[in-house]
Design a protein around this ligand. Sequence first.
Ligand code: FMN
Length: 368
Amino acid sequence: MAAEAPTIPLLTPYKLGRFNLSHRVVMAPLTRVRSYGNVPRPHAILYYSQRASKGGLLIAEATGVSDTAQGYPDTPGIWTKEQVEAWKPIVDAVHAKGGIFFCQIWHVGRVSNQGFQPNGQAPISSTDKPLTPQANGTDNPKFTLPRRLRTEEIPQIINDFRLAARNAIEAGFDGVEIHGAHGYLIDQFMKDQVNDRTDQYGGSLENHCRFALGTVEAVANEIGADRVGIRLSPFADYMESGDSNPEALGLYMAESLNKYGILYCHMVEPRMKTAEEKSESSHSLLPMRKAFKGHFFVAGGYDREDGNKAIAESRADLVVYGRLFLANPDLPKRFKLNAPLNKYNRDTFYISDPALGYTDYPFLEDTA
Ligand SMILES: Cc1cc2nc3c(=O)[nH]c(=O)nc-3n(C[C@H](O)[C@H](O)[C@H](O)COP(=O)(O)O)c2cc1C
């Protein structure tokens, strides 16, 4: 019998607030567009349970908070009773394997078009500046002109996040991750390339972050701060949402989040300049890691070696894996054994098939 490989930093236990993790390898939120009609489907039971492990944390794919939150076909939601019920067996399956499961709650804002909106209305945003059409791999049809939210409407949108968080708990999730990254609604308020408001939600850095922090506060008050995380990508400029001073933005958010005592801050590495490509960057998340008093997750372009290093050097508490976890349902085990990895197939990331490129990536014992 082969000798067990020595314990690596990624495979050491970690106490994440009330959750006892047995390792530091987290599954990233991954949109898979297989929730027909915005309702999670039974094939997701197998998909998530394949990736669950005892004491392992999974973050569910971006999940819409309301009927205005969608911009892609067949992404799941969590604003109706039917959706909540549909999530339950998926969450149960993850729990049955000892996993911990957070739901990423999401509003796309202007990354949408009228076809996805109730009554064909305009997508809502911080701005009325349009987004230029772009190839983003999901065949997103053309974007249509967004409508700038009126100041007095903003509390309703924050309320949608609050209710979605309540629904996530009702569905059995252990907590929620607020999607504040990648050019979607919350990011559209934070980033100065997008936000051109003149009310209390625009202008200064503090005002740009008011929507994000208001959402954090509402969600934390609703379900308890110890069940709330947020994902941020201050350095990214996907969907034309760059910022002229991402360091200041990231740091301001990290410091401000301390007020709410939330469980974790999950930041995307500056090297992830575009959604799925790594490039060199001289920037670092270290100042934000130091400023934030809760648990700190990093994501973007990590492999086994790099993840181990991040933990060993205390640059992060947990490392989040996207594409590697998508293609390797038993990723923590493979890291433990230093086993070869399945390669991911981009062509099947965003297709409707309930199995192909979804639940058919082989486990280690199948490939041996
Ligand atoms: C197929 C696919 C779907 C994704 N969907 C989401 C999503 O729903 N929410 C999110 O915050 N990030 C999403 N991302 C970004 C990933 O969570 C992750 O940050 C990115 O893939 C970089 O990490 P990696 O190098 O480990 O793959 C997605 C990425 C991919 C490849």
